[in-house]
Write a protein that binds this ligand. Structure first.
Ligand SMILES: Nc1ncnc2c1ncn2[C@@H]1O[C@H](COP(=O)(O)OP(=O)(O)O)[C@@H](O)[C@H]1O
Ligand SMILES: [Mg+2]
Ligand SMILES: [Zn+2]
Length: 467
């Protein structure tokens, strides 16, 4: 049975702690110089190493293998092992979330009067200490003010502002930082290598981006992903981390490009009703626009895609949208992301933000009205519009507008063809026999050109003109 990675890779010495260099150095120096404070307060986001460091500190102070506190606890002695198993008599780990009452505080105070049984220090680790009631806090206050000799408190919390200032001011405080993307990726890569987990660099990045700077969540996600038993890709990361499903994302993007207000609002509603946070919707969209910009500006960037939408669809959308438009949308999404974080009514903000995007994303040179825009997107739920044959003069004028936006050097060649049919996602070109080959070789360019003229995505079919 595989052990969960976040438990297997719990750091056991300060040296193994990642991404907290300041805390590492300060604690090592304190231990080495035996300047031990009676109370510590570890604050910071979840999964950044607070509980791990509290245990390491306890081991460092109490390791029996060393005559004094040591920054490198042995991990083997009775004290070290019992702390790792949370069964030490001298080191009590108390979950303040479930022991938050004044009675719990009183019993702790009582216990603190006993001398350590085996070790140098009697240590109390109070996790989630912000959950203590005010009464419990106040009961503890006196103890922390004048702790019995050989008693040390380590308070951990994700919500420093909820700790009474009178308590906080009596503690030596360490602020654990969210881990940077590169630190997260580096550590994940390290673990994946040791564990022989098959994962792409982009997927490592995708994990790092979804976890908000916490290593526990990152490792948990990696544990879950390895069970898929296939190469881990960004798309899998998004699926497993309960990100927004590919289909929904494509649907949203397509309607943004089409500028279909009603459909966009409906999609946003159904995502929110389905339990997706507006923040998540927005940040997923941000990734997609980032990918679109990349596709637009860099050919062959396949490996750099991070969002849920795959390269082929991105390329189709990018080919009918201007770089400036994508850039404007991206910038706007970024701004909204910040607003959404602080907003009480995030759902409404999201809607407003999406509607604002429509202004940006209207396709270049829309020669047809919006209801006629069609996208060749697989697996979307959008109602497929009926295939409508356009009248001949329509086709002629569409073809003329294609020729018009082509490079001047290519216009001559294009005049040897005509647009003979246009269905929902296919343009049929009838080409003079001697040019058929040449047109076929350049079908991608043609698709891009026609797509741009129509403001939609098309594939091109070449037919030889009957002579
Ligand atoms: N700074 C870190 N260095 C190395 N591993 C970490 C770090 N922070 C978190 N982890 C990983 O996440 C798990 C949970 O960390 P923990 O110390 O319980 O976080 P916290 O108490 O801050 O929520 C650890 O077992 C370890 O695998
Ligand atoms: Mg913790
Ligand atoms: Zn030891």
């Amino acid at each position: 049975m595989n052990q969960a990675l976040h438990l297997k890779y719990r750091p056991s010495t300060l040296a193994e702690l990642v991404g907290q260099p300041l805390i590492q150095t300060t604690l090592i120096n304190a231990i080495t110089s035996q300047q031990i404070a009676p109370a510590y307060l570890f604050t910071g986001p979840r999964g950044t190493g607070k509980t791990s460091t509290a245990r390491i500190l306890a081991k460092s102070l109490n390791c029996l293998d060393s005559p004094n506190p040591t920054p490198i606890p042995c991990g083997q002695c009775q004290s070290c092992r019992s702390i790792e198993k949370s069964s030490s008599l001298d080191v009590s780990e108390i979950d303040a979330a479930s022991h938050n009452g004044v009675d719990d505080a009183r019993s702790l105070i009582e216990h603190s009067s006993f001398a350590p049984t085996l070790c140098r220090y009697r240590i109390f680790i109070l996790d989630e200490v912000h959950c203590l009631s005010n009464q419990a806090f106040n009961a503890l206050l006196k103890l922390i003010e004048e702790p019995p000799p050989r008693v040390i408190f380590i308070f951990c919390t994700t919500e420093a502002h909820k700790v009474l200032p009178t308590i906080a001011s009596r503690c030596q405080t360490f602020n654990f930082k969210s881990l940077s993307l590169s630190t997260l990726v580096g550590h994940l890569r390290h673990v994946a290598e040791i564990e022989s987990i098959d994962i792409t660099e982009e997927a490592l990045n995708a994990i790092a981006r979804t976890v908000n700077g916490g290593l526990r969540d990152a490792l948990q996600l990696l544990s879950q992903l390895r069970l898929l038993d296939e190469t881990i890709t960004p798309v899998r990361v998004i699926e497993v981390s309960n990100g927004i499903h590919l289909e929904e994302m494509v649907n949203l993007l397509v309607n943004l490009v089409k500028g279909d207000t009603i459909e966009i609002l409906k999609l946003a509603r159904s995502l929110i009703d389905g339990g997706k946070a507006p923040q998540l919707i927005l940040s997923s969209l941000l990734q997609v626009y980032r990918d679109l910009l990349l596709v637009k500006s860099t050919p062959k960037c396949y490996e750099l895609i991070v969002g849920a939408i795959d390269y082929k669809i991105l390329r189709q959308v990018a080919s009918v949208t201007d770089f400036e438009v994508l850039m404007a949308s991206f910038t706007q999404l970024q701004k909204s992301e910040a607003q959404l974080k602080t907003s009480i009514n995030a759902a409404i903000w999201l809607e407003v933000c999406l509607l604002n995007l429509i202004g940006n994303t209207t396709p270049v040179q829309p020669k047809l009205n919006r209801s006629q825009l069609q996208f060749d997107v697989p697996r979307t739920n959008g109602n497929p519009q009926s295939t409508k044959k356009r009248r001949n003069e329509d086709l002629t004028s569409i073809w003329a507008s294609v020729v018009e936006i082509a490079k001047p050097a290519n216009r001559g060649l294009l005049s040897h063809a005509s647009l003979s049919a246009l269905t929902q996602n296919q343009a049929v070109l009838t080409v003079e026999a001697r040019y058929v080959q040449k047109f076929a070789r350049n079908s991608q360019t043609l698709e891009r050109l026609i797509g741009k003229a129509l403001g939609c995505l098309v594939t091109v079919k070449i037919k030889q003109k009957a002579s």
